[in-house]
Design a binder for this molecule. Structure first.
Ligand SMILES: *Cc1c(COP(=O)(O)O)cnc(C)c1O
Length: 383
């Protein structure tokens, strides 16, 4: 079969290889502890499921949805942004429903990137920033996220000719995979940089609600001038344990939202209304369920981080996200050793970009008991 060049140009999908290795271990009878997947193990809160069941029984939801999303859902998003971040959004023009934020990330370059234009992407970063750019025939410029810069990009290190040729920049804080967070002043710096260079900022805020130790993550849209230069991709996936539901939102500059909407009108027909109704329930009902999830992740984080430190590893306790980013000698060798000798899946940093070399990512999407079991096995291998 001859595939199009655009498929040949995609970077090898490391995660597919890890899945195959994991399946092989399981077939050998190994009780694999999977700390690789960025998918909550906790169920969707029951009040959200109940809302879906009722909505799905109503035949009015069985038709093609509105392209931009139900107005009531977009209003709920706007109200949630106001309550949570103090950000005012016009639900008609500044909010768009997404079939998960990955969908919005995958489509946004189609609206703004011409062949040969540059897109600035964090390295390490969520792989879709790069592949969506390649699908739009753009080029990526990797912004290394380095520990000495608190895993924030250094805009002054980007060559000025690249800045001139750049159309879009992806940012993501709280960050996957490093667990790093950004302050409002960093976002303001990003706005200034974007204004100077006429670059659209797409901030991915998938983890804004997953935080610990009293930390509350800001929205990019809180930064002065952000609404002029950017949008935020957000999602209910991580916040309400709804990864399988496929529902998210884009919010911000009306012109950028309109561009994304024009692409979407031609490729999808929106998210199932019953899911939008359940998502509206999630955003408007009590937010107690989020605190409950965060308390569970926080305990797991504490157990994992202190266990790793006892083993002599250098690791920072993340303030947000459900990832622990740890320094190792060699990402691939460490990952292979963990799987082969301890039956534990972690993700090598190189899966997120070249600058992820020398790190691995643990996802704390498994119970405290399983994390303790993983640490016990690691003691056998590394002590
Ligand atoms: C999980 C994740 C997403 C995608 O979430 P969906 O809304 O489920 O598509 C986007 N960005 C990052 C960084 C993620 O980790």
């Amino acid at each position: 079969m001859m595939y199009a060049h655009r498929l040949d140009n995609l970077p090898p999908y490391l995660f597919a290889r890890i899945d195959a290795m994991k399946a092989e271990k399981r077939a050998q009878g190994v009780d694999v502890i999977d700390l690789g997947v960025g998918d909550p193990d906790l169920p969707t809160p029951s009040h959200i499921i109940e809302a879906l069941v009722i909505a799905a029984r109503n035949p009015a939801t069985h038709h093609y949805p509105d392209y931009a999303g139900m107005f009531s859902y977009r209003e709920a998003v706007a109200d949630w942004y106001k309550a949570r971040f103090g950000v005012e959004l016009n639900p008609k023009r500044e909010v768009l429903a997404l079939i998960g934020s990955k969908e919005g990330i995958a489509h946004i370059p189609e609206a703004f990137v011409n062949p040969g234009d540059y897109v600035l992407v964090p390295d390490p970063g969520y792989p879709v920033y790069k592949t969506s750019t390649l699908f739009a025939e753009g080029k990526t410029w990797q912004m290394p996220l380095m520990e000495k810069n608190a895993f924030l990009p250094d805009f002054s290190a980007i060559p000025s000719d690249i800045c001139k040729k750049s159309k879009l920049m992806f940012l993501n804080y709280p960050n996957n995979p490093t667990g790093a967070v950004a302050s409002l002043s960093f976002f303001e710096e990003a706005v200034d940089f974007a204004k100077e260079n006429d670059i659209i900022v797409v901030h991915d805020n998938a983890y804004s609600e997953i935080s610990f130790d009293g930390y509350r993550a800001p929205s990019f849209l809180e930064a002065k001038g952000a609404m002029d230069v950017g949008i935020e991709m957000h999602s209910l996936s991580k916040t309400y344990n709804m990864t399988g539901w496929r529902i998210g939102m884009a919010a911000g500059s009306a012109d950028i939202i309109a561009g994304l909407g024009r692409v979407k009108n031609n490729v999808d027909s929106g998210a199932f209304d019953a899911i939008q109704i359940a998502a509206t329930e999630a955003l408007t009902a009590s937010q107690e369920c989020i605190a409950h999830s965060c308390a569970i992740y926080e305990e797991r984080r504490n157990v994992l981080v202190s266990g790793l430190r006892e083993l002599g590893f250098e690791v920072t306790a993340p303030k947000a996200t459900f990832y622990v980013w740890m320094k190792v000698d060699n990402s691939m060798a460490f990952t292979a050793k963990m799987l082969n000798e301890a039956g534990i899946v972690v993700t090598p940093g190189t899966g997120f970009g070249d600058a992820g070399d020398g790190y691995v990512r643990f996802a704390i999407t498994r119970s405290v008991e399983r994390i303790e079991e993983a640490l016990e096995r690691m003691r056998g291998v590394f002590a």
